[in-house]
Structure formats: C-alpha cells, structure tokens
Ligand binder design. Structure first.
Ligand SMILES: Cc1cc2nc3c(=O)[nH]c(=O)nc-3n(C[C@H](O)[C@H](O)[C@H](O)COP(=O)(O)OP(=O)(O)OC[C@H]3O[C@@H](n4cnc5c(N)ncnc54)[C@H](O)[C@@H]3O)c2cc1C
Length: 404
C-alpha cells in the first residue's frame, strides 16, 4: 500500500482549502441560522466559481467533464471538502448525485449518458435515488414491494419510497424495483430504472422533517409514490435483475466518499475543540486544556481520526486494486467505525465548548443533528457489524444463521 500524498493531490487539496476559507466558510452562518433553502441562491453562484477550479465533479473522468481523479485521490479531496457542510455541494460532489453519476457512467447506455449523466456532471440538474420503502425494513434490501412490470415498450412502476435525498427539485430518480420476482436467486430479482420526475405517475408526496429540518430542495428527504409511472424499456440501467449488483457498485465507492467527508468533519471539529481548549480560561492563567479530561479527549480524538483515515484509504486502495466485491469487509468496517468516530469527536468538541457548542455560532450543533444519520443510511451500523462478524466466524467454521 502506498498512501503518499502526491504533488497533484497536495496542490489540489491546497486549492480547495483556500477556496473553502475564502468562499465557503462565510456562507455557513446563513446555512446554520436559516437553513439550506435560504442559502441556495448564493450556493448556485458559488458553484460557478467552483467550476472554474477544474475540480467540479472531480471524481468523474475528464471525457465526461470531471477531473479524472482516482478513488484514493478523490478520498483526499473529499476530506478537504468535508470540513464545511457546504463543501461537497459547492463542488458537485454531493450525495446522492455522486453515486448516481458513478453508476450511470459504468452501466449507462450511450443514450442514458447523454441524457442523464452529462447534465448531472455539469451541475445543470440534480437527481435522487429511491430504494428505501416505509413499509419494509430498508436493512433487508432484497425485500422490496415496488414493482416494475413490462407493458409493451414500457416499464410500469408502482410502489412507495421514502428518504429519497434531494428528490425535491430532482430532474430524475433512479428507482430500485422488482422486475423478476420469479428469479431463483433473490439478489437477481430487482433492477434499477431511470425515471424522469416529470413522468406522469411519479409523485413527490412531500419532504420528511428530519431532525427539525424540513429541508429545501437539495437537502430534503422526499417521500415518493410511483403510481403506474411509465418509462421506456430503454431506461433500464444495466441488465434486468442487476439492481443489487449495481447497488453494491454504488455503495462501495459511495462509502469511501462519505467516510472521508466525515473525517473532514472530524478534523474541523477537532480544530474547534483544540482552539477552545487552548484559549478558554477556567480561571486566570488556567486554560481548559490544562485539565486531564480535556487532554484525554484531544489525544483520543487524534488517535481515532488518524486510525479512521488510514482505514478508509486502505478500503479505497482495496477497491481500486481488487474491486468492490473483494473489499466488502473493509467497506463495512469503515462505515460503522468512521460514523462512530465522527459522532464521538463532535460530542467531545461540543462538551469542550460548553454552552457555546450548543449554539449555531459553530458548525458543531449542525453536524450533531445532521450527521447522526451517518449511523443509519447506507446500512445501519448493526447491519455492517453483523456482516463483518458473520464473515469472520465463517472462517472459524460457523455455519448457522440466516444470511441475507
Ligand atoms: C439522512 C438519510 C438519508 C437517506 N437517503 C436515502 C436515499 O437517498 N435513498 C434511499 O433509498 N434511502 C435513503 N435513506 C434510507 C436508509 O438507507 C435507511 O434508513 C436504512 O437503510 C435503514 O433502513 P430502515 O430505515 O428501513 O431501518 P430498518 O431496516 O427498519 O432498521 C431499523 C434498525 O434495526 C436495526 N437492525 C437492522 N438490521 C439489523 C441487524 N442485522 N442486526 C441488528 N440490528 C439490526 C438497526 O439498528 C436499524 O437502525 C436515508 C436515510 C437517512 C437517515
């Protein structure tokens, strides 16, 4: 393994760091006090500037408009962007568009790339991903009630989805639906289908209120109803029954992006914690940082963040060298480890700042609420822990237990 920060990555990260300080951090107070929707007009202008850096949607190959970064290179960039809650949005690297771009690039037909991928990479449109259903456990991804049936030259989709991030204002959705219910292998029963949101029968029922935030546009989480939405057969992504295969492809690199973003969150929270500990005096000449309890939070946070970063880089390297399938264990390990590390570091920072940590004067309170979801989306902690432990125990000869 070689995680050397190449001159290219070093320069790129420096550029992004400088851009965040100049253009993005000044926008944060508006986001924290008035929410995402209030910030949108300025975010749109910011994206125009970010585009000029050449690092817009940088994880995409140059031929479709990205910067052609490798997964490991983008991991470093993602950490840098993660230092601000606005960073990924500014550089068109936000979920769920990143994941949708990646699968459209890999599995899309020439027509699908032209119609759906290129506008997404340019940042002209947004998209959403509709997989989770309110009535069935999202942790069991083979259990889907949504169906897509062939009718002449069209798929007809019926079903109920929720938590479709960014559905409000999205130009299209990628829908996970059962197309082949009779397939013997339950992992080959579902497919992904691209559905323009202006298709009759696609209904955005509303935005969920999540942690007190009703969202607005990009940051929303939508409830979606497919009521016989008809799309051409050519909107199928990949082959019939390949939905889970593609989902795995989508979630592997997606977890690297998320985890490195969370490490960026950790670094900024850690920085806020340390600055406060070094300067806030409990009594004249007695800064908070002289207390062992705070010193322990600092040292433990430093160790945990460093360890988490190496784990993610290792997972990214494994995906790049051996493929997503071979990296399943590494991906599960980082998903729950980094999410928990982030939560602990934010919590320690809030505790160190006392009342100030609860205010919206720093990004800590925003992250405390908004990043709680990290332990739930893309597979709850317990799902990943369960998967890792089963795999390990199989190596010790354990054979019992149902497997998903
Ligand atoms: C902020 C956010 C954004 C999201 N964005 C999207 C999106 O864009 N598109 C989309 O389709 N979905 C999205 N989701 C949905 C997300 O993927 C699901 O919430 C997640 O997969 C869990 O499914 P569930 O909510 O149905 O919980 P359930 O499956 O009902 O699980 C509930 C709890 O059961 C426990 N559990 C589950 N399995 C096990 C196990 N094996 N062992 C022990 N305990 C277990 C876990 O603690 C889990 O939290 C998003 C969710 C959030 C919070």
């Amino acid at each position: 393994m070689d995680f050397t920060v190449t001159p290219k990555v070093f320069t790129m990260c420096g550029l992004v760091r400088e851009f965040l300080a100049r253009e993005v951090y000044p926008l944060e107070p508006l986001l924290r006090r008035e929410g995402f929707a209030a910030m949108l007009p300025r975010l749109r202008k910011l994206r125009e500037k970010a585009r000029q850096t050449g690092l817009f949607a940088a994880f995409m190959p140059q031929e479709v408009g990205g910067a052609g970064l490798s997964l490991v290179e983008f991991a470093y960039l993602s950490e840098e962007l993660g230092r601000s809650p606005i960073g990924h949005y500014a550089f068109n690297c936000q979920a769920p568009d990143v994941g949708n771009m990646e699968i459209l690039l890999k599995y899309g037909t020439a027509e699908q790339k032209e119609r759906f991928l290129l506008p997404l990479v340019r940042g002209d449109v947004r998209s959403c991903f509709t997989m989770t259903e309110p009535e069935l456990a999202g942790s069991n991804p083979v259990w889907l009630a949504t169906t897509a049936r062939k009718d002449g030259e069209a798929w007809v989709i019926r079903g109920h989805k929720w938590f479709a991030t960014g559905a409000d204002g999205a130009a299209f959705a990628i829908c996970m639906a059962t197309t082949n219910p009779e397939a013997e292998d339950r992992y080959q029963r579902a497919s992904m289908i691209v559905v323009p949101t202006d298709t009759p029968g696609f209904e955005l029922v509303g935005n969920l209120s999540v942690m007190g935030e009703r969202g607005g546009d990009w940051a929303s989480h939508g409830e979606v109803s497919y009521q016989g939405a008809r799309v051409p057969l050519s909107n199928l992504l990949g082959g019939e029954g390949t939905g889970f295969l593609i989902a795995q492809e989508r979630l592997g690199p997606g977890r690297i992006h998320h985890c490195m973003r969370w490490i960026g969150v950790c670094e900024r929270a850690f920085d806020i914690l340390c600055r406060h500990a070094a300067t806030r005096e409990l009594a004249p000449g007695k800064p908070l940082g002289t207390r062992q309890m705070v010193q322990q939070w600092i040292a433990e946070s430093r160790a945990e963040i460093n360890g988490a970063r190496l784990m993610v880089l290792h997972a990214a390297w494994t995906i790049e060298t051996e493929g997503v399938y071979q990296a399943r264990e590494e991906i599960s390990l980082i998903k729950f480890t980094v999410a928990r590390t982030m939560q602990r570091v934010i919590d320690r920072a809030i505790q160190t700042l006392g009342g100030l940590g609860m205010t919206d004067d720093t990004p800590l309170a925003f992250w405390w609420a908004h990043e709680r979801g990290a332990r739930i989306y893309d597979g709850a902690d317990e799902v990943h822990i369960d998967a890792v432990a089963r795999r390990i125990l199989r190596g010790y000869g354990m054979r019992s237990g149902e497997q998903r």
